[in-house]
Design a protein around this ligand. Sequence first.
Ligand code: ADE
Length: 243
Amino acid sequence: MNFYVLTLFPEMIRQCLSASITGRALEKGILQLDTVDIRDFSENKHNRVDDYPYGGGAGMVMAPGPVVRACRSIQGKIEIESQKVPRVIYLTPQGKVFDQTMAEELSKEENLIFLCGHYEGIDERALEMVVTDNVSIGDYVLTGGELPSMVMMDAISRLVPGVLNNETSAEFETFQDNLLEYPQYTRPEEFEGKKVPEVLLSGHHARIEDWRREQSLKRTRENRPDMLEKAALTEKDKKFLHT
Ligand code: ADE
């Protein structure tokens, strides 16, 4: 998976993704990250990339020229290598809300370009010319698209084969079947007076499975009742939920 990020703050992206699991995947070459500084494509003698909005109003708008030139510099490179037009994702609170299903779909792409805006946004003409997907990471407004792009790259990366050590660990987890994950425990058996639930020490696999399923159902009912409507519930699950 090759990630390309068009941003005014390339070092922010590099620093974040070079840590931990994504960092190891970058070292191994399973992931590849290319950051492009949009400012490098300014043709202004002061390297300016923003300007006042037509029609007035607060804040500044990123000018179309540097954004389109920065994007084309990457698209050209990719198209020569892969013959496929890469998707260009613009991070914006006006976009479609990112979720696990979208992460799974995007993890199958070979190349992804993320476009991070700042200030009051990017000139609409540039967006019309280069963007294929408008994506939001949730109903709140951030100062720029960098954090949202990193959220997306993190969620997508762990679905790319070889990124997680244990390939099965992305398989049975939160959102897999519209249920939240059950609680996990490790040693010691007792910590500051709090004990690990007895059933987990029993070695009785069927009872452990039942307990975990019940914990998942309970958590989902408490924190995300909206998800229960989409979950594939067995008769046993329904009985538990009604008690
Ligand atoms: N840029 C600013 N806020 C955002 C959000 N919630 N999602 C994606 N991009 C953004």
